[in-house]
Design a protein around this ligand. Structure first.
Ligand SMILES: Nc1ncnc2c1ncn2[C@@H]1O[C@H](COP(=O)(O)OP(=O)(O)OP(=O)(O)O)[C@@H](O)[C@H]1O
Length: 279
């Protein structure tokens, strides 16, 4: 029997693997018995209902949250087995854009991107200079190096944050809602950038997003998370063709379906004090 291709979620040796993970906050379970594989060098999208647990998956991978049971494997190593130095080293291999665009407001664009290099390496300033300009060039902002964050647009600020996230050449980048609040052009620029960086640098990317069109354009694999479980997964084409009512509702942007528009409430006639069968 031939083995699955390296970009398949069934491929051996994935960069990240959640094995039967249950986790939550306090006593509250948010993800239950989740198994998830993130293949190397691909863009994996996490989509699904609000509060379903997508950001929690990112927190697990960054070990900002420990599972109650199960294992979170990064490059074949259970994150729970790492000591502080090991965890620090693993995190250096990850870029996390939890607050895309959260730049240091009193530092220039250049110094924002230089920050992780100065903080985590002993590189000479000449080397830092060249690396920063390379990263800024990759996001199309070499010419904006001297501006302050307050002098760039929201879309540009996200690209600066992206340049900062790739400053240390991570193997993985996690994006939490990279398109939120962007106009259609900036959204398209951000999406193309995520995909191009992924391909050019061989980075593995996890994108949490609600924007179906942009996300489906760049994702190799889409995972739907709802109510703490993975309810569907496959290629964007497979998700568009899915007959699963929840996936259909989400992909089609329907207000009602398995996820209800109405919060459970008393019958209308009761609240409005009308008799009869009015609804
Ligand atoms: N720090 C926390 N403490 C307690 N509960 C939390 C915490 N963070 C998240 N939760 C809860 O865990 C559940 C999953 O949250 P999570 O942020 O992972 O969902 P999400 O799928 O990313 O949602 P959204 O799309 O709305 O951002 C939610 O019910 C949320 O209220």
């Amino acid at each position: 029997m031939s083995s699955p291709p390296v970009d398949s979620p069934d491929a051996p040796n994935p960069l990240i693997e959640l094995r039967n993970v249950t986790c939550g906050y306090g006593d509250r379970v948010v993800l239950e018995n989740v198994n998830l594989t993130v293949p190397r060098g691909k863009v994996l999208a996490l989509m699904g209902t609000s509060g379903g647990g997508k950001t929690t998956v990112l927190r697990l991978v960054g070990r900002l949250l420990a599972p109650m049971s199960g294992q979170v494997m990064f490059d074949g190593v259970d994150l729970a087995t790492l000591d502080t130095d090991g965890l620090y080293a693993a995190r250096r291999r990850m870029g996390m854009l939890f607050q895309f665009g959260a730049l240091f407001t009193d530092l220039s664009v250049f110094d924002n991107v230089a920050f992780p290099l100065r903080e985590h390496t002993n590189l000479s300033e000449a080397m830092v200079h060249d690396l920063v300009l390379m990263k800024l060039n990759a996001v199309g902002l070499r010419g904006a190096r001297d501006l302050l964050p307050s002098q760039v647009s929201g879309g540009m600020a996200r690209r600066v944050a992206l340049a900062r996230a790739i400053a240390l050449d991570p193997e993985l980048i996690m994006y939490d809602e990279p398109f939120a609040g962007l106009d259609p052009i900036s959204m398209s620029v951000a999406a193309t950038l995520i995909r191009d960086l992924n391909r050019a640098l061989g980075i593995t990317s996890i994108v949490v997003s609600h924007d179906v069109d942009e996300t489906f354009l760049i994702a190799d694999h889409v995972v739907f998370v709802a109510n703490g479980r993975i309810v569907a997964q496959g290629s964007p084409e497979e998700m568009r063709a899915s007959t699963d009512p929840l996936v259909q509702q989400f992909v089609g942007g329907q207000p009602d379906g398995p996820v209800r528009f109405h919060y459970p409430a008393a019958p209308l006639e009761q609240d409005f004090g009308v008799g009869g069968g009015a609804r």
